[in-house]
Design a protein around this ligand. Structure first.
Ligand code: HEM
Ligand SMILES: [Ca+2]
Length: 189
């Protein structure tokens, strides 16, 4: 990604809400499957990935964010409860309240970015995913794998590196805004 400016993330804020808010296209606090689809399209993903992603994400997360209620056939994700949608085998960069944990973020690169400081190769990313795996947490393995692999495929540079500032920007959702801007500029060329 180009134009990644190092930006501090407030560790007291629920930034997981920001990660998701990009996909709340009409800003009503709820992410419906068609909004997930539109969000994926807006950052430049194709129809197939956008369709599969919106089905998996809204099926997977909707009910977790609506505790104690009957499932809704519209599969809404309620942003105000998004931290309830956290899964296992993650990096721990989001804490249980959706806050950004700077030490966990730094740990990713201290432990795994060996070839180039501040960037992950494909193999190093796989090393991170394996290191985060909790025994038999297959759902968590799958969720983490897809989150990180999609990020890698969309945002690696021409040398196959995923940069630290790109990863930081995914946590507060600013990456999605940047990608949307870059995608619409490309389209309008
Ligand atoms: C292209 C789109 C997306 C990418 C590349 C992406 C990527 C990521 C990454 C890399 C993480 C961090 C995982 C970790 O720290 O181990 C994450 C966490 C998370 N994402 Fe996304 N994400 C995307 C879209 C979405 C959407 C649409 C939703 C829901 C509406 C969502 C909900 C979450 C949640 C709830 C977490 C917290 C998981 C946890 O820490 O256990 N993401 N995502
Ligand atoms: Ca909405």
């Amino acid at each position: 990604m180009s134009n990644n400016k190092a930006k501090k993330i407030d560790p007291n804020e629920n930034v997981l809400q920001k990660h998701v808010a990009f996909f709340d296209r009409n800003h009503d606090g709820i992410v419906y499957p068609w909004e997930t689809f539109q969000g994926f399209r807006a950052i430049g993903c194709g129809y197939l990935l956008s369709s599969v992603a919106c089905i998996f994400i809204n099926f997977g997360l909707s009910q977790k964010t609506r505790p104690g209620k009957f499932p809704s056939i519209f599969l809404p994700i309620e942003i105000k409860n998004i931290e309830k949608a956290k899964h296992g085998s993650d990096s721990g960069v989001y804490d249980s309240l959706g806050r950004f944990v700077p030490s966990k973020f730094e740990e990713i690169f201290i432990k795994h970015a060996k070839k180039n400081p501040g960037a992950l190769t494909s193999d190093e990313l796989m090393g991170l995913l394996k290191a985060n795996r909790e025994p038999k947490d297959y759902k968590g393995w799958f969720a983490s794998y897809t989150e990180w692999k999609i990020l890698y495929v969309l945002c690696k540079d021409k040398n196959g590196l995923l940069h630290k500032e790109t990863v930081r920007a995914v946590y507060d959702g600013s990456l999605f805004e940047q990608m949307e801007k870059e995608h619409s500029e490309k389209k309008n060329k």
